[in-house]
Design a protein around this ligand. Structure first.
Ligand SMILES: NC(=O)c1ccc[n+]([C@@H]2O[C@H](COP(=O)([O-])OP(=O)(O)OC[C@H]3O[C@@H](n4cnc5c(N)ncnc54)[C@H](O)[C@@H]3O)[C@@H](O)[C@H]2O)c1
Length: 280
């Protein structure tokens, strides 16, 4: 019999699922049978993706759109409560929101002042940790365990010039998963992270020149960019019972880019109007 990943009956929350990697994770979870809350800051985005999922003939689960700002404690608590209300519980959560917040850009380490640090750490580490707090509390209360997955970055595995703050925030999450795994393991809750390499989501594609993309591909051992569908399938696996023995880990999914010695620098090949949206 072919091995299948089956999330039938699972209740899932994906943050920042109105675009990019989160959108694909929500799609693939629904295709594997999960019911999914599609969260985004922007309601129209969340609704569009939920509707895409619900009209996809390949999906087995259903989707519900819930707008919430994951930077806000109260909004996060309400998001988890609404998820439980809509789906009847919460079995798995993917904390996908991250990146540089609006107005921030990759810049030399010495250019980062207190506001840069606080803003970028808030958008990545604090936001993800607060989401996980509310999710873990709900899973503990249910008594049936669960799975929490963070989306970090390949920037955590090699020096990240011009992205020091972002990389430090994401690297802190890579460590957080081990502490959470030890604390929450006895409740049957697994906690992991996946660390993508550069992925041409709309945000990134708009910020990178063709030359930068070509240079990234050429410098990656597999000679290809990571695709959002590939990351989504990894997320589906890591949150499934097939990965039941995996907790406290971060899994690098970057086509081997971390091995490369000739990656273009983070300030090379960014388009000027969007320069600084992200250098992942
Ligand atoms: N794309 C890459 O190259 C890459 C590489 C490594 C890691 N990552 C990580 O993957 C994750 C997703 O990246 P992406 O490229 O798909 O992003 P994206 O910009 O394409 O999509 C992010 C979505 O999150 C939503 N969002 C932003 N702030 C929010 C908030 N406060 N509350 C709720 N929703 C919010 C946005 O509206 C958007 O729809 C991020 O954590 C990023 O750091 C991306």
């Amino acid at each position: 019999m072919a091995i299948q990943i089956d999330h039938t009956g699972r209740r899932a929350l994906v943050t920042g699922a109105g675009a990019g990697i989160g959108r694909k994770i929500a799609h693939w979870l629904a295709q594997a049978g999960a019911s999914v809350v599609v969260n985004d800051l922007i309601l129209e985005r969340a609704e569009a993706i939920a509707s895409e999922i619900n009209t996809n003939p390949d999906r087995c689960g259903r989707a519900v759109a819930v707008a919430a700002d994951c930077r806000d404690d109260e909004a996060i608590d309400a998001l988890v409560a609404t998820t439980v209300e809509h789906l009847g519980g919460l079995d798995l959560a993917v904390n996908n929101v991250g990146m540089l917040p609006p107005g921030r850009r990759p810049q030399p380490f010495v250019a980062n002042r207190g506001d840069d640090w606080r803003d970028i750490i808030d958008q990545n580490l604090v936001l993800a940790a607060l989401c996980a707090r509310a999710e873990a509390e709900s899973m503990q209360a249910s008594g049936i365990g669960g799975s929490i997955l963070f989306v970090t970055s390949g920037e955590t595995t090699r020096p990240a010039p011009y992205n020091a703050v972002y990389a430090a925030a994401k690297a802190a999450i890579n460590h957080l998963v081990s502490t959470m795994a030890v604390e929450l393991g006895p409740d049957g809750i697994r906690v992991n992270a996946m660390a993508p390499g550069t992925t041409l989501t709309e945000t990134v594609a708009a910020a990178f020149t063709e030359d930068r993309i070509a240079a990234l591909v050429a410098s990656t051992p597999l000679r290809t960019m990571v695709e959002d569908d590939e990351l989504a399938r990894l997320a589906v696996f890591l949150t499934s019972d097939l990965a039941r023995c995996i907790t406290g880990q971060f899994i690098l999914a970057d086509g081997g880019a971390f091995l490369s010695r000739n990656r273009p620098a983070n300030d090379e090949g960014l388009t000027s109007p969007l320069k600084g949206s992200n250098a992942s």
